[in-house]
Ligand binder design. Sequence first.
Ligand code: HEC
Ligand code: HEC
Length: 149
Amino acid sequence: MNNKTRQFFVAALMAASLGTVIAAQAAGAVESLRGRDVETQSREPGKYATEKDGPPIERNYVQQPPLIPHKIDGYSITTNFNKCMDCHSWTRYRETGATKVSLTHFKDRDGKELSNISPRRYFCNQCHVPQTDAKPLVENTFKKAEGLR
Ligand code: HEC
Ligand code: HEC
């Protein structure tokens, strides 16, 4: 295959897959992997209200990043400032009543212990998420891990 033909094939493939995506969206029906129709929930910000601030939410398995039991609107995380650490750091948690960040959050990816939060744990919302009143998309039979039942 020369370069021109290859380019043509790539373009044709992309057009074909885009076509499928558009067709699926036009049909409006989304099917779960188990073949059930699911009602899609909009991702519009603000459509689903964040749950009220409350006590910590029980964990389902010990390695789980705990869910955030409070609103996080306006809690920004930038290169220079991490609003979460304003309350959750080891120097602030006593006055704020927040859980202090886990000791595991001070380890870099090579397992070296650091004196401040590890870069790989800096963007808290990668792992910790607040809760909304959105209903589950499909039913499921998820149960807590045995050690926490
Ligand atoms: C104004 C202070 C404050 C800020 C800012 C804050 N939190 Fe919290 N957070 C708390 C308090 C207080 C609790 C504990 C609630 C309780 O124990 O009743 C808590 C609880 C949590 C928990 C649950 C801990 C557990 O053991 O279950 C997580 C996870 C959490 N926050 C993550 C975050 C993240 C991520 C951010 C930034 C986006 C953030 N928090 C910003 C005060 C704060
Ligand atoms: C890469 C995923 C990840 C990131 C990023 C992350 N965490 Fe966690 N966090 C976890 C996991 C997993 C646990 C539970 C196991 C553990 O303690 O390591 C946890 C535990 C916690 C706890 C509970 C500690 C306890 O004693 O029970 C708090 C509070 C917390 N994280 C806050 C934060 C804050 C604040 C940030 C951002 C500065 C953050 N985490 C970033 C994964 C993450």
